[in-house]
Design a protein around this ligand. Sequence first.
Ligand SMILES: Cc1ncc(COP(=O)(O)O)c(C=O)c1O
Length: 383
Amino acid sequence: MIYLDNAATTPLFPEVKQVMIAHIHSNEYGNPSSVHALGRKSRNAVEDAREQIALSIHANASEIIFTGSGTESINSAIMGAAFANQQHGKHLITSTIEHHAVLHTCQYLESLGWDVTYIPVSGDGVVDVQRIRSAVRKDTILISIMYANNEMGAIQPIQEIASICKQNKILFHCDMVQAYGQCDINVQELMVDMMSTSAHKIHGPKGIGFLYLRRGLPWHPYIHGGKQERGRRAGTENVAAILGFAKASEVTSNQLQEKQQTLFTLKQAFLDIIQNEIPVGTWIINGQGQSLPSILNISFLGIDAETLMISLDLTGIACSHGSACTSGSLEPSHVLKAMNLSDERIKGALRFSFSVMNTIEEVKTAALEISKQVMNLQRKVKL
Ligand SMILES: Cc1ncc(COP(=O)(O)O)c(C=O)c1O
């Protein structure tokens, strides 16, 4: 299997596997909230992991809340900020290309009486900053914009958006699920108030994420119960997953520049073959501005991407059609629709996403096979 679906999820780093297996095999099963020695051992392990995660984004450890996923982090950030600040206003701003974790949370808040403005994007999938500025109202309390899109990788003008938030005393949440571990993130320089991430996108385990919550921010917990995570997220911590997340973060942070270079080389090698093999004018890259080096979204004109994806799967190449959460549905991608692409471009769009665990040979083999299959399908359509 040549796995080119790393934006959906990534394989575990061997170091992560080792840490998690060692923890499971150890006799350190104490509840981190227990006061006895076994509990304290687990507590110390969780707090060391928190330090590592905080270091990776230049935050303070007390600002990191472990959650059960990127989706939970996003729900907690948006709902927590909306409920805690409703006396100041009930207006939120987001974009039309956000992940459903953001869009459906906003829609839920709308059903409870909040007002949400959805900012459109350019044909390259970049949010219009001027439209954000104009959408700000006296009752705007939160802006939530993703750092990089999960379907075509477009990087958003986060610093400009953060400045608008600061000037207008509006909270800023950033969905960094795709960007964390690929971009050098410094929460002080970026001026974000809240950011959401997920371990399984950086070769960590599934079912663990973190929410960065700037110290002193008006915010209400989203999950109620015990006093874990300083009363901000109830529920006994998933110690093995937290340790795995911290190890994935450490490995990634130590080789960030190398990783960026490797991903760039893989993407370019893939693209060079597509460019050489498939005739110009029969395919188009979606999101041609600044984008993550790990994601490449291409529309192959005249063909049905679903058919191509299934045929590639049969030859051992995994890629995806839209994001993993929606690719099982027959709905066209809301992201490509928001970019105002033609029906033909949306129908023929496939996402290829790379990781440092791919080899250059794999990527070249896949690109040659994809080119062959695309041209076969395009020939059949012409007949
Ligand atoms: C941009 C973005 N936000 C949020 C999520 C949700 O993260 P999780 O799968 O950890 O719930 C994803 C997952 O694909 C994503 O790509």
